[in-house]
Design a binder for this molecule. Structure first.
Ligand code: PEP
Length: 250
């Protein structure tokens, strides 16, 4: 892993109300000082819960992030939330270009680029998501797809402080299916090589997470793959014991 500190990030998606705050409290209380000294833990709840989650983790090392943002700082964009608004609540990260945003909200790689710049502008760390569909994998195009997504999505001058990459094969999200460790290693090595081209000196410091059906039972195998610097966790992040079980793989 070198100098890269692992990041285990939870994406709650559109799940949770104030009744879910005990989940984040249980994660806070269950993360041992030893683990907290070695890994970064992050929860991305729905925007409606960011304030309450920030309050719940205050005094701990757990970070809170958004799941999406509008690229602009403010304006006539009804229903949208800017990076500045997330930062104002105490969020420090934001997920950018999740495959569900790409699929259901028509987000493009150029849009991802603009949003990543918005995150940087507000001092947030953007988690830029890339990943191929099952058809693209079966056609042997997985590497081409994720490399292109990264090349367009990643703003110039990206640093480890403002950027995390997440490789999330679309077919592995919420499906219980995962690529083999060999396939994960191949994609992560390819993304690392692309980062070398795009981010120069900073490339080896930028974390590349794996996401897609990570759970306590497969975390150790996946997180030990070369160039895998942590996990982006959907379903399993809704259950404190499962999220902590994934953290405990480190
Ligand atoms: C995700 O949505 O980012 C994700 C990885 O989901 P899951 O862990 O449920 O597959």
């Amino acid at each position: 892993l070198g100098t890269r500190r692992p990041l285990v990030a939870g994406n709650w998606k559109m799940n949770g109300t104030r009744a879910s705050i005990p989940v984040v409290e249980a994660i806070r209380d269950g993360l041992t000082p030893d683990l907290a000294s070695r890994i970064d833990a992050l929860i991305c709840p729905p925007s409606t819960l960011i304030s309450a989650c920030v309050a719940a983790v205050s005094g701990s090392s757990i970070a809170i992030g958004g799941q999406n943002l509008h690229a602009r700082e403010n304006g006539a964009f009804t229903g949208s939330i800017s990076a500045e608004m997330l930062a104002d609540l105490g969020a420090t990260y934001v997920i950018v270009g999740h495959s569900e945003r790409r699929a259901y909200h028509h987000e493009t790689d150029d849009g991802v680029h603009a949003k990543a710049l918005g995150a940087r502008r507000a001092g947030l760390c953007g988690i830029i998501c890339v990943g191929e569909t099952i058809e693209e994998r079966e056609q042997g195009r997985a590497l081409d797809i994720v490399r292109a997504q990264l090349a367009i999505g990643l703003p110039k001058g990206a640093t480890a402080a403002d950027t995390v990459i997440a490789y999330e094969p679309v077919w592995a999200i919420g499906s219980g299916r995962t690529p083999t460790p060999k396939d994960i290693a191949e994609v992560h090595a390819s993304l690392r090589e692309m980062l070398d081209k795009l981010a120069g000196e900073e490339a080896h410091k930028i974390r590349i997470l794996y996401g897609g059906s990570v759970k306590p039972s497969n975390a150790r195998e996946i997180l030990s793959v070369e160039n895998v610097d942590g996990a982006l966790v959907g379903g399993a992040s809704l259950v404190a014991q499962d999220f902590l079980g994934i953290c405990a793989a480190y």
